[in-house]
Design a protein around this ligand. Structure first.
Ligand code: UD1
Length: 419
């Protein structure tokens, strides 16, 4: 089992290049199945989740070739509609094959994804959405089976108890491109990754209005062609490197990051006392000596993202005083807290609130990553802890961060991967 070893105390300086967005690439890859010709995707991050999605596309009969941050998808052979358990269990986004298979074949069979460390992760909104488009859904033997002789446009309200759903919006958008008439999605997710999917589909020939808003209007049955498309930069990777610069009181240019996707994160960093300059090349982050505690409320976009919750908590560990982090999206996303406390942090949890008493000394320890962003946050804490932090279960990290240890090392961190 590989581990990441970090020795704290180095001040990070220099420039880091941000990869393409994992969470934007996954729906765009699935949408490429709907073209009548191949698509050529660029700025693709080289990550395990992307390889898994390429495998899902191949299982559905299409070709998917990943080569040096580019991905060629030829949907000519797309003629199967089953996403098997082995793939879905390793990556929940395989559920996007539900929308694509319904659109192209009028039938989809996808293994039920189940929960994961951060929460129960239901798919009721995905199913409600495709049912309202006319699909008949049954659940049997651990599979969702959806069938529609004809998909028909509808007005669908897609929010759940925690607000809009990224995944449900993706699935309904995909299915609605093949529905007869107009589909209106109310309370759609407006996360940048959903916007990227909509922009890609529109470039293919779809007619989707309302990009970036909570109301998407889709005229179905347009002919879609494969296109060349460059995926947006990864805002969570960018935010993670911003936190690395701030936590070590360094000076880092996060190159090619899109500040428009990180407004809430930039605002919160500035409130804490971090200097954040938006330049033509990206976002430059300079640490300071007088950080102030903060109240961080996690909300759907454009609010502070849940995928940056663990990383900002790592930063708040270095800030004297009491900070509060409230998680409203995932019910079980504080697993990193227990590991941070093992490093000497003082964090208490009361339901969805975490109270961080920052400013104390952190000491390196062997820690266990519970999920993707928690892994990154433990590395961040390791950057300022005394001695060695050994992060285990880093297969989570490799799902979503491309060469994080190499990028941090180039900025001056004492970090290595141990086999
Ligand atoms: C996506 C991201 C994930 C991020 C999350 C929220 C990908 C591959 N993953 O996950 O990194 O943390 O958005 O920004 O892009 N919900 C329901 N019923 C449903 C679907 C969701 O109640 O049918 C709830 C969830 O339990 C959660 C909330 O809605 O509480 C948001 O989930 P959702 O936006 O669907 O997250 P994902 O698309 O799974």
């Amino acid at each position: 089992m590989q581990k990441i070893s970090v020795r704290g105390g180095k001040v990070l300086k220099g420039t880091v290049e941000i990869s393409g967005s994992k969470n934007a690439t996954l729906p765009v890859m699935t949408a490429a199945l709907l073209g009548e010709s191949p698509s050529h995707l660029k700025n693709i991050p080289y990550l395990n989740d992307i390889k898994t999605m390429a495998e899902v596309l191949r299982k559905l009969g299409s070709k998917a070739v990943l080569d040096d941050h580019e991905l060629k998808i030829d949907p000519a052979g797309f003629n199967k509609f089953e996403a098997p358990y082995d793939l879905v269990k390793t990556m929940r986004a395989s559920i996007y094959s539900l929308g694509a298979c319904l659109a192209r074949m009028g039938e989809a069979k996808v293994s039920l994804p189940g929960g994961c460390a951060i929460g129960a992760r239901p798919i009721d909104l995905h199913l409600k959405g495709v049912e309202q488009l006319g699909a008949k859904v049954t659940i049997e033997h651990g599979f969702v089976h959806a069938k529609a002789s004809k998909l028909k446009g509808a007005t669908i309200y897609l929010a759940g108890p925690h607000g809009p759903s990224v995944g449900a919006t993706v699935n309904v958008v995909l299915a609605a491109t093949a529905a007869e008439g107009t589909t209106v999605i109310e309370s759609a997710s407006s996360e940048p990754e959903v916007n990227d999917l909509v922009n890609f589909l529109n470039k293919m020939g779809a007619s989707i209005e309302g990009v970036g808003t909570s109301k998407l209007v889709i005229e179905g049955k347009k002919k879609l062609n494969g296109v060349e498309y460059s995926v947006i930069p990864d805002r969570v990777e960018a935010g993670t490197f911003m936190a690395a610069a701030a936590i070590t009181k360094g000076d880092v240019l996060v190159k090619d990051a899109n500040p428009g996707h990180l407004t809430a994160v930039i605002d919160k960093f500035r409130q804490i006392g971090v200097t954040v300059d938006v330049t033509k090349e990206g976002i430059r982050v300079k640490g300071g000596d007088n950080y102030k505690p903060a109240d961080v409320m996690i909300l759907p976009y454009p609010g502070f993202p849940t995928d940056m919750q663990a990383q900002i908590m790592a930063l708040l560990l270095t800030v004297p005083g009491n900070s509060i982090v409230t998680e409203t999206i995932w019910e079980n996303r504080f697993m990193h807290v227990f590991e941070m406390n093992r490093m000497g942090a003082d964090i208490t949890i009361d339901r969805s609130h975490a109270v961080v008493k920052g400013g104390g000394k952190l000491s390196g320890a062997p820690v266990m990553a519970s999920d993707l962003r928690a892994s990154a946050a433990l590395i961040l804490a390791g950057l300022v802890a005394e001695g060695e932090t050994l992060v285990q279960r880093i297969y989570h990290l490799d799902r979503g961060y491309e060469k994080i240890e190499e990028k941090l090392s180039k900025l001056g961190a004492d970090i290595k991967r141990i086999n």
